[in-house]
Ligand binder design. Structure first.
Ligand SMILES: [Zn+2]
Length: 331
């Protein structure tokens, strides 16, 4: 009987999930490069020894220098594909590893790189990674994204750091908090390529909640910081293709619309009218009803303009609205 109940509950959940997941068609421009089934990844030279790699969901890059490879990030979803991609185009050993930021879904595979390599990151990334070793952690670092503890950075910086190896150069810069404190800009001036992870999602609405940005104001500002660099291609960390300047401009405009509409929605939705219906006895219920109504209004104002231009707009705009509304209220 218990088992039957569980099966019925499972079916109900499945059915309700299916309803929730119904969504508008994804524009063709959202999809990334085709991934060959046999290899499971694509590696392509962007320019002058700088390569990008994707398995379809994440993007990362590496640079051959004549004196060793500089690799940036190690998404655990790649498995050992980064090593294979590097071996496919060069015999140089990996001598330098850069972490874009501390999140395990982008660097949790870094233990596959040589121990002898130099690991470079922002000081805050090191601080955060040091928490990997906290004994009171509920879950080991990277556990739910297929990663595991990674080598701690041996070289750190606060504002900027120029890495010169062989005939190549990368400029690492920190411009303040956004997605996660410690999330850096990695700039290859000669190749006109910028890597900045988890801000721009080319062709798509950003990941849920402004891509879990810790600092909403900094996240929004990062679009202008990205555009202040002279670049042709942006390695943005997702979803299987490179971003162009135009992709950044498009997402910036979408974000500006969300901010405008969040402001409008805050003026349109009447808190006291909602309080009149919900009452003041349950504060959680009152604020949930109010903030949900404001977010919904903001999404309703934003979606028609963007639904045909970016993938997932109908899925996550309300959630972005919520984050922006909270920032307008308190930041
Ligand atoms: Zn991240």
């Amino acid at each position: 009987m218990m088992r039957l109940r569980l099966i019925i509950l499972g079916l109900v959940c499945l059915f309700s999930t299916a309803i929730t997941l119904a969504a508008a068609p994804v524009p063709e421009s959202a999809y990334g490069v085709a991934i060959p089934k046999d290899k499971g990844y694509v590696v392509e030279e962007i320019k002058d020894g700088l390569y990008w790699v994707t398995e379809g969901a994440y993007t990362a890059m590496f640079l051959t220098t004549g004196k060793g490879v500089i690799v940036v990030d190690a998404p655990p979803s790649f498995g050992d594909k980064m090593l294979k991609a590097i071996a496919e185009v060069t015999k140089e050993p990996i001598t330098h590893v850069i972490y874009s930021h501390a999140h395990a879904d982008h660097i949790g595979g870094a233990s596959m790189y040589p121990e002898t390599a130099r690991y470079i990151a922002h000081i805050e990334t090191k601080n955060r990674l040091q928490r990997m070793n906290d004994v009171d952690r509920s879950f080991p670092y990277g556990m739910f994204v297929g990663g595991k503890p990674v080598p701690l950075p041996t070289g750190t910086f606060e504002n900027s750091y120029t890495l010169k190896v062989g005939n190549q150069e990368l400029r690492l810069e920190y411009k303040g908090d956004d997605h996660e404190p410690g999330n850096i800009y990695i700039y290859a001036e000669k190749q006109k390529v910028l890597m900045k992870v988890d801000i721009v999602f080319p062709g798509w609405t950003p990941f849920k909640g402004l891509a879990i940005a810790e600092d909403t104001v900094g996240y929004l500002k990062a679009h202008d910081v990205i555009l202040s660099y002279d670049f042709d291609k942006l390695v943005s960390g997702h979803w299987g293709r490179l971003a162009s300047r135009n992709d950044v401009e498009i997402q910036k405009q979408y974000m500006q619309d969300i901010q405008t509409n969040a402001g409008k929605a805050l003026q349109m939705v009447d808190f006291y009218a909602i309080a009149g219906e919900v009452g003041y006895a349950n504060t959680a219920l009152l604020f949930e009803t109010y903030l949900s109504a404001v977010s919904q209004e903001c999404a309703k104002l934003t979606e028609p303009e963007w639904i045909d231009k970016l993938g997932g707009v109908d899925v996550w705009t309300k959630d972005h609205c919520y984050k922006v509304i909270m920032a307008i209220r308190v930041d």
